[in-house]
Design a protein around this ligand. Sequence first.
Ligand code: UDP
Ligand code: MG
Length: 335
Amino acid sequence: MEAPRARAGRPELSIVVPVHDEADNLPILVERLKTVLAGAVSSWELVCVDDGSRDGTLSVLKLLSASDPRISAVSFSRNFGKEIAIAAGLDHASGDAVVIMDADLQHPPETILVFLEKWRGGFLNIYGQRASRAGESALKRNLARAFYKLFASFGETELPEGAGDFRLLDRKVVDALRALPERARFSKGLYAWVGFPSIGVTFEVAERQHGETKFRFGKLFSFAFDGLSSFSTVPLKIATWAGVVIAVISTLSAAFFLLRTVFFGTDLPGFPSLIVSIMFFSGIQLISLGMIGEYVGRIFAEVKRRPLYLIGERVGFDARTVDHPRGDALPPLIR
Ligand code: UDP
Ligand code: MG
């Protein structure tokens, strides 16, 4: 057992919420959580990670924290992205169990009660699975489905379909996740990778309360590629396979042309096929190079060993009592 922390001891449940421009949603979320959690757990805390918001989210968090000591927040020096905000939240949460949820009330707080029931029943890694993707466009739905299919056939890790970031993790799972050193954090994959007794709980995704989604298509695509490349080396192998197949085809056609020239003489017209084949091979080479580049880029990002995030400010934390290695491997000035 670790020694209990000075700040109000160690709560039974921590709620970690990545927050980017959600000033209007936060007060509603806090009220809903208070109602749901009253009597459900012996003690709880809310850890919000302000991911470079520009709409006054931080002042809302300060007010909320001043009015309720169970609410605390860390504020990044800029927008680092939701995945990293979650990592920071896990670093700052001290509960025996940690729930991760969005700030926009799309993840119904009532589902936490079901999570708790499963947790008390012995499950350590409990993930919310959306019942449907009704609120999303058909294009987004189909792309999501394609991604899961691709991941299932490529990835070396099994990803439950429809499982997102809304989940409850036992302290053991949180500590396992925090021990993973990688920078490119595709957390959906990481949750699955760490394992532990896991179970899904279906929930209906609610409408976003205020504001709009921050995930546009471009971001979702790069997110999907991050996921595939972090958990699979198949894209690298595709380049190799394509190279082999094309080498065989070109050897065969070279032999064919050689024989044809020997037996039937030469015919000059051949420029179109020449140009086409040059372009084709340049294309293949560029694709292969690009593929390798993507992985080299990731290796580069890992070896730089930059801190995962920089904290601008902490609200409601006694700095000496928090144990958070990643954001703090920094000279005091930046902190
Ligand atoms: N979020 C974040 N950093 C970002 C983008 C989003 O912390 O760069 C938070 C956001 O405040 C919300 C959650 O991540 O709490 C989910 O974001 P959003 O609702 O925009 O995504 P969607 O529900 O459309 O997937
Ligand atoms: Mg949302």
